[in-house]
Design a protein around this ligand. Structure first.
Ligand code: USQ
Length: 456
């Protein structure tokens, strides 16, 4: 029940920091945290800016579970919290993860077996400040990664209850983390997952957060205008504004990640244990474009291009998302600095991506077609899109350029779960319209693009 009240929290697992002695700082070669001294209370204090205690809000989700493994593999001490809303939301949409997901207890055990290290985990609701406060006092994080939000545009557009829930959840959790940082860990670095969708699709180049403007003879550096396309995307704008203001008045350090659409089932750190795989959604609300296309390819369902199919977005593989988040964490901003990173590998239109998925599927013997459908969203379907993304490249981001290879890995993984996708295939056709209707979208006949999946 996603729209309801609070839960009590329980401590399920515990890291024992112990008496381990760390010396030095982050090794630039492998990025492993080598800095820190035990403070005698089982806490490891960071030295020279080396991050060793990272708290992930929303650790059970698609990005959270992958990032926890990646950071542990790099030597950091990682803790997380979750209230398992994502599992409930996807169930509410009539679906489940294509990859089977164990209970958190099973996940934690598998993680410990694989990494030889425990993840400290709290179950509870981040809208409850007392819960957040307890985590901060117990764990004393050096950095916080905020994934504890509802990440779905369609879910926020269902009706008034869902719109209110998404905005209050997302804004409240961000507020609670900001106040906990101010009052308990004022030097900690808040890494907040924003979205490229905050900018919308303006007919201008999109800078990284800020731009220089001259107006009536005067100049200033101002936040670039936000033109979000759903109540969810607006919730991210509101969160960004609150973080920007908090950083200024309280001298906090924050990175706001404007991330593109992520795709992929795995990162190297996951090994072969199925319990370590992250979730992979394919329903209309929590499945994103490429993840949905790959699931569709696996069961021979047409790839669903909404409207003309020339919507352009920044996309990136899951492993690139992990790499970029780690770069942000290991290179924190100055105290009082609010910085914005545009995080994506490359801009593609969705028809190009469908074409790449079709190629990757063909290499695995799957015959796939892409079809255009009515577009349930209110969005431009053919437009200019030129976002800048230099900051992460300067920090050393090495993009995965072979996205088709990434898609092949993903489709191969998903072929093992064909039955799970087949069992829920009704969710592949959306019924949530931006105008409030709730009816299944229809295939367009004839398709506007006679060449089917040909890229434009
Ligand atoms: N699309 C299709 N067919 C599909 C699914 C999507 O054509 O089956 C189109 C959509 O109409 C849209 C584009 O693909 O134009 C992207 O849609 P999406 O569902 O993959 O992504 P979106 O709703 O924008 O949101 C997702 C995540 C969100 C994140 C955002 C990054 O759910 O959390 O913030 O990607 S971005 O899109 O850059 O704003």
């Amino acid at each position: 029940m996603p729209l309801g009240g609070r839960r009590d929290f329980v401590l399920v697992g515990m890291i024992v920091g112990g008496t381990q002695l760390h010396v030095g700082r982050l090794d630039p070669g492998n990025g492993r945290a080598q800095g820190g001294l035990s403070d005698g209370h089982g806490r490891i204090a960071a030295l020279d800016g080396g991050l060793v205690r990272i708290f992930i809000a929303g650790v059970d989700g698609y990005l959270g579970w992958a990032l926890a493994q990646h950071l542990i593999a790099r030597g950091h001490d990682v803790a997380g919290a979750d209230t398992f809303f994502r599992r409930q939301w996807v169930e509410e949409m009539g679906s489940w993860s294509a990859t089977p997901i164990g209970s958190m207890k099973e996940r934690l055990q598998a993680l410990k077996k694989h990494c030889g290290k425990e993840l400290l985990f709290w179950e509870g609701d981040l809208r409850n400040y007392g819960f957040v406060e307890k985590i901060f006092r117990d764990f004393q994080p050096d950095a916080i990664v905020h994934f504890g939000e509802c990440p779905s545009a369609p879910y926020s557009m269902i009706d008034v209850d869902h719109a209110v829930f998404v905005q209050t959840n997302n804004i409240t959790t961000t507020f609670n983390l900001l106040f906990a940082v101010r009052d308990i860990r004022p030097d900690a670095h808040l890494v907040k997952l924003g979205t490229m969708g905050e900018y919308g699709t303006p007919n201008l180049e999109i800078p990284e957060g800020f731009f220089e403007i001259e107006y009536r003879g005067r100049k200033d550096r101002l936040p670039f205008p936000r033109q979000a396309g759903s109540w969810y995307h607006w919730s991210k704008v509101h969160g960004s504004n609150n973080i920007m203001f908090a950083s200024k008045i309280w001298n906090l350090r924050a990175t706001d990640i404007m991330q593109g659409v992520v795709f992929g089932t795995r990162i190297d750190d996951m090994g072969n244990d199925a319990l370590l795989l992250t979730r992979l959604d394919f329903d209309q609300a929590f499945g994103t474009a490429v993840n949905r296309f790959c699931c569709q390819a696996v069961i021979g369902h047409p790839l669903t291009l909404f409207g003309k199919g020339y919507q352009r977005r920044g996309f990136l593989p899951l492993r690139d998302s992990m790499q970029c988040l780690t770069l942000s964490l290991e290179n924190p901003p100055e105290s009082g600095e609010y910085r914005v990173f545009n995080q994506f590998e490359e801009v593609y239109n969705v028809t190009e991506l469908a074409s790449k998925v079709a190629n990757a599927a063909a290499a695995l013997g799957l015959d796939v077609e892409a079809r255009n459908l009515e577009n349930p969203r209110k969005e431009l379907e053919d437009h200019y899109y030129q976002p800048e993304h230099k900051h992460l490249l300067r920090l050393g981001y090495q993009p995965t350029h072979d996205v088709e290879a990434e898609m092949r890995i993903m489709i191969e993984d998903l072929m093992g779960y064909r039955d799970r996708i087949e069992a829920k295939k009704a969710v592949l056709i959306p019924d949530v319209w931006w105008d409030g209707r709730r009816e299944k979208i229809k295939f367009l006949e004839p398709a506007p693009d006679p060449d089917g999946v040909e890229a434009r």
